[in-house]
Every structure is written in C-alpha cells, then in structure tokens.
Design a protein around this ligand. Structure first.
Ligand code: NI
Ligand code: MN
Length: 232
C-alpha cells in the first residue's frame, strides 16, 4: 500500500487493489493542502468526528466520486439526509471494503457540527484502524488526548504497524504526550499530524522525532512532506 499526507489530519491511502481511501478529507479550507477537490477521487471516506477540520469536504467529495463514507452513527444520519452513501458504525465495529478492513476505535475529544450555524451533536469522536489485507495495519488517532487504552487495546490487541498521531496541543496531545502514545502503541512507524496548519498548532516535528527516539527507540518517525507518497 501507499499513502500521502494532505496536511493537517487528512491522508490518502491506496491499497494494493487500488482502493482509494481518504481519512478526514479537509481540503478546501486546509492551509497546508494545495489540492483541489477535483484532484481527488476516493472510493471510501473515513471521518473521525464532526469538527470542520476533519469533516472537511466530505459531502462534495462523496457526491463527486460516489464514495462510501464510514463514520459514526450520528454523522452517518446527517450524511444520509444529504443523499450520501454513509455507513454509521461505533467503537469496536468494523466494515470490510474490498481488501481493507476499517475498524472504529476510541478517541478522547469532542464532536459537533461546528461548521453550520445550528451546530449540534455529532456523535462520539473516533479513531480508525485500517487493516490492509496481506499488508500493513494503520492506526489514525483522530483528535485525542493520551489515554491508557492506547497501550492496553491499541498497542497490545491491535498492534498497528503505522500510527498517525496528532501533536498540535491546545485541542489534543502535545509532542511529549504523543511520544508516550507512540511508546504505548508500539508501532514500527509513527507519522505526526495536526500541526502547523494554523497558528494555534505550531509544532516542530523534529522535536517530536527526538522525543520518540527517547520514549520509543524502536519506532521510526516519518515526517512526510505534504503530497509526498510513501510506499510500504
Ligand atoms: Ni476536533
Ligand atoms: Mn482537529
């Protein structure tokens, strides 16, 4: 499989069967992402929670590409009313699409439709474990604080090969907590996300890399440029 970071928490993942998955498709309002909506053609869109910097352009992308959206139950209802093919799941459940198994897991954060005037409850915030058949397992943490089940559930039970962790502080883990999360999750690779897209979340990914070296010496920190493909 291969993947590329689209800035903030947005990633594009492409399976060996060429299934194209977007996670947290924040494109148009994402200051780090140079792409246009028309540059992307997802088969599947995963949304971790309702905040605008994660929900992003899900509706427009799903309409244009006829993509299936995997998200929590409450967001799926909202999307279905918009005519989108959305599958609502909850913590612990998975759906299988072609050669990828997508499981929803916990995140400690909040979730609301903060992008429209009515606002409103958008279910519980989630993380995702994506299991690529005969290939890697990828954990995308969404927005979250450090929590002990990163060790006891994600690390010990699910054992991802790659973890994508937010390091922005203010709404989630800072780089120190994210380095401890890296140790607990015990993946081969970690990719920092949710930093430097806005003034309130400025972080140096190289400092995070040094902290990972100290807390989780067996894990390699990957700091991709935006749009740079990494092949595994
Ligand atoms: Ni959020
Ligand atoms: Mn966020």
């Amino acid at each position: 499989m291969k993947l590329r970071w689209l800035g903030h928490s947005a990633f594009e993942l492409i399976s060996n069967n060429n299934l194209n998955i977007l996670i947290d498709p924040f494109i148009r309002g994402n200051p780090s992402c140079p792409l246009k909506i028309n540059d992307l053609n997802p088969d599947v869109i995963c949304i971790t929670h309702g905040h605008a910097d994660h929900f992003g352009d899900a509706i427009e992308l799903a309409r244009k590409s006829d993509a299936i959206v995997i998200t929590n139950y409450e967001i799926s209802i909202y999307l279905q009313r918009e005519g989108i093919n959305a599958i609502g799941i909850n913590y612990g459940a998975f759906v299988e699409i072609q050669d990828v198994k997508i499981k929803m897991l916990e995140a400690k954060h909040s979730s609301s439709f903060d992008f429209n005037i009515e606002g409103g409850y958008a279910g519980n915030p989630a993380s995702f474990l994506l299991e690529f058949k005969d290939d890697l397992k990828i954990f995308h943490a969404g927005d979250t604080s450090l929590f002990s089940d990163m060790k006891f559930v994600i690390g010990e039970v699910y054992k991802p090969d790659i973890a994508m962790l937010p390091i922005g502080n203010i709404f989630m883990m800072d780089p120190i907590d994210a380095a401890i999360a890296t140790k607990w999750i015990n993946s081969k690779y970690v990719i920092p996300m949710h930093y430097n897209s806005f003034p309130s979340i400025m972080q140096n990914p190289e400092s995070f890399k040094s902290l990972v070296k100290k807390h989780a010496p067996n894990c390699e920190t990957l700091i991709p440029d935006v749009l740079e493909f990494i092949e595994f």
